[in-house]
Structure formats: structure tokens, C-alpha cells
Write a protein that binds this ligand. Structure first.
Ligand code: THU
Length: 144
């Protein structure tokens, strides 16, 4: 049976991933930008890895929420993923608008996600939501 592509992730699971991303966002360390991002990454085995953005006084060292989640999973020995939910907004505000991943995070997703199957869920605390396959978010990604 297939069932591994984005189409097959249940509505219940999508909502859970957004809720997990919102929880992760609470741990954002964003004292320089004041912009708090959370991510929740669904592995093939059903485990969910959370990530938040972690900033630094040397600004360029900042790690985005998406990459934090992916690196946590890979560091735990997990490399196969189905989807990631991302939420972001100024700290202290509700996340009411979608927060599309930066180019660096898209490229890191492309390292581990199947372009035709990996689903990127841009969530909010309201009604708005956008779902994109990795190939839509990052066409012609760099590969070796
Ligand atoms: N940020 C993320 O965590 N993910 C993105 O995809 C876009 C940007 C963070 C980085 C920085 O801490 C803050 O948002 C403002 O750029």
C-alpha cells in the first residue's frame, strides 16, 4: 500500500502538527529579531520532532525552527520524513499569517524529503493554512 504522500496525511494529523509547532514556538529564542517560529516534523515512523528558532548575538549563526527540528531528528538517527508544519509571528502575538520557510530551510528539507511526497504545512492559529509539496516550494533544488 502507498499512503506515504502528502495527500494521505489525515486532517487530524495536520491539525496535530500545527498544534505541536505552536507548542514548539513557545521555546523560540528570538531576542534579536523578536520573531518567534515553531516547527513540527513528522517522521515516517510517526515520531514528531519539534524545533524553534535559536538566535545568536552574532546574527548569522541563527538557526531557523525548521532546521532545528530536522537536525534534532537526524541527530537522533531518523532520516525519513512525511511532513513539517511551520508557524511564525512576532513574539507575543498570535500566529495569524502563514510563515513560509526561508531558502536555507527549503534546501535542508530537500536533503531529506522526497520532492513529490514531503508536505510542508504553513499553519496559523486561525483559519488560514497553506499546504505545499516540497517540489512546489523548491523546484530545481541542488543535489549531488
Ligand atoms: N526564521 C525561522 O525560524 N524560519 C524561517 O523559515 C524564517 C525565519 C527565523 C529566523 C530568525 O530567528 C527570525 O525568524 C527572523 O528572521
Amino acid at each position: 500500500m502507498g499512503g506515504e504522500d502528502g495527500e494521505m496525511i489525515s486532517e487530524k494529523m495536520k491539525k496535530k502538527l500545527i498544534a505541536e509547532a505552536l507548542e514548539a514556538r513557545k521555546n523560540s529564542y528570538c531576542r534579536y529579531s523578536g520573531f518567534a517560529v515553531g516547527a513540527a516534523l513528522l517522521a515516517d515512523d510517526g515520531t514528531i520532532y519539534r524545533g524553534a528558532n535559536v538566535e545568536n548575538a552574532s546574527y548569522g549563526l541563527t538557526n531557523c525552527a525548521e532546521r532545528t527540528a530536522i537536525f534534532a531528528a537526524v541527530a537522533a538517527g531518523v532520516r525519513k520524513f512525511k511532513a513539517i508544519a511551520v508557524v511564525g509571528a512576532p513574539q507575543g502575538e498570535k500566529a495569524m499569517e502563514i510563515c513560509p520557510p526561508c531558502g536555507s530551510c527549503r534546501q535542508v528539507m530537500a536533503e531529506f524529503g522526497d520532492p513529490d511526497k514531503f508536505l510542508v504545512i504553513l499553519g496559523t492559529e486561525g483559519e488560514e493554512r497553506k499546504e505545499l509539496l516540497l517540489k512546489e516550494l523548491l523546484p530545481y533544488s541542488f543535489e549531488l
